[in-house]
Design a protein around this ligand. Sequence first.
Ligand code: SAM
Ligand code: ZN
Length: 309
Amino acid sequence: MPDFLEAVRCPLCGGALTAVPGGGCLRCASGHSYDLARAGYVNLLPPGKKNNAKTGDERDMIRARSEFLRRGFYDPIDETLASALADHAAGETEKPFRIADLGAGEGYHTCRTAAILAQKLGCPVDALGFDASKAGAEAGCRLAKSLGFLEKDGLAAPPEQWTSPVRAAVLPGNIFRLPLADHGMDAAMSLFAPVPWEEAARILTPGGILAVVSAGREHLVKMRAILYDEVRLTDFHPAPPEDFDKLTLLSRRTVSFPVTLSSQAQIAALFMMTPFYHRTGDAGRERLGALESLAVTAQIELSLWEAAV
Ligand SMILES: C[S@@+](CC[C@H](N)C(=O)[O-])C[C@H]1O[C@@H](n2cnc3c(N)ncnc32)[C@H](O)[C@@H]1O
Ligand SMILES: [Zn+2]
C-alpha cells in the first residue's frame, strides 16, 4: 500500500487500516473491511451506504461536468487556488505536501490543483479526494491514472515505483465523517460543495489551510438572465457557525474570468453543473436550449481558513 493511503482511517471506528494479505481489501482492528476496487480505489463509504445515490451526483451530471471541465473552462480556478495555497505553505521540502479535496466530484480540480501545487512548491504532492458519489470517485481514479498520478494497481504499488511527483486518488467517502486521521493534512480544498467545517479542522495540521471556493455574487449572471425573468444578486459567504474557533478566516477574495461557450452541448453541460439545473422552469430551459453560443463571466469567491495552532 503506498504511504499516502496510510492517511486513511476506518470511517466507522477511526482505526488504522491495513491491507489484508492477498485479500483485495483493507481492514481495521475491529474487523470492518473495505474492498479494493479494480479501478484502483477503496470504497470508504460506511457499509450499507456504498451506493449512496441520494447525496452523490448522478452519472450524467458527472459526465457533463467532466466534459465541460476537460475543455479548460474552469482552469483559472486551479491556478488561483494553487497559488494561494503555495503562498501559505512552508518552504521546499522532501516530504509530500498532503491535500484533501472535500466533495471532489470526478477529481478534475483535485488533479490539476495538485499538479500546479507540486510545480509551485517544488515538492511531491499527495492529493486525496472524497465524494459521496461512487461514479465520481471512479471517474476521478480514471483521470488520475490517465495523468500518471495513480498507478494501474495503485493501492499495491510501492512508493518508489511512482514516477510522478503527484499522486492522487478520489475515494468514495462522506465528507461529514471523513475517513482520515486527525491532523495529517497540510491543506484541504472545498469547491462548490458543502463545507464540513468540524471535519476540516480535525484533519488539518496546526496552521494548515482550508481553501473554500464558492460561487460569487455575479457568477454566470448572463446565464441566469436567460433562465429567469428576474435575477436577484445575493451575497453568499460560506462560513462556520459563529462560535466555531478551530478555523480562522485569513482572506477572502473574488476572482472573475470569461467563459465562452460555442455550442449547445457546452451550454447544456455548464447548465447541468449549476444548482439552476434543478430550479429552472420549462420556459427558461427552452430559452437556453435555443442558443448555440453564449459568453458568460464566471465569478468565484475564494476564502482561506487557518487551523488553530
Ligand atoms: C457541485 S459538486 C462539485 C464537485 C467538484 N468539487 C467540482 O468543483 O467540480 C458537489 C459535490 O459534493 C459532493 N457531496 C455532497 N455532499 C457530500 C457528502 N456528504 N460527502 C461527500 N461528498 C458530498 C457531491 O456528490 C458532488 O460531487
Ligand atoms: Zn473500524
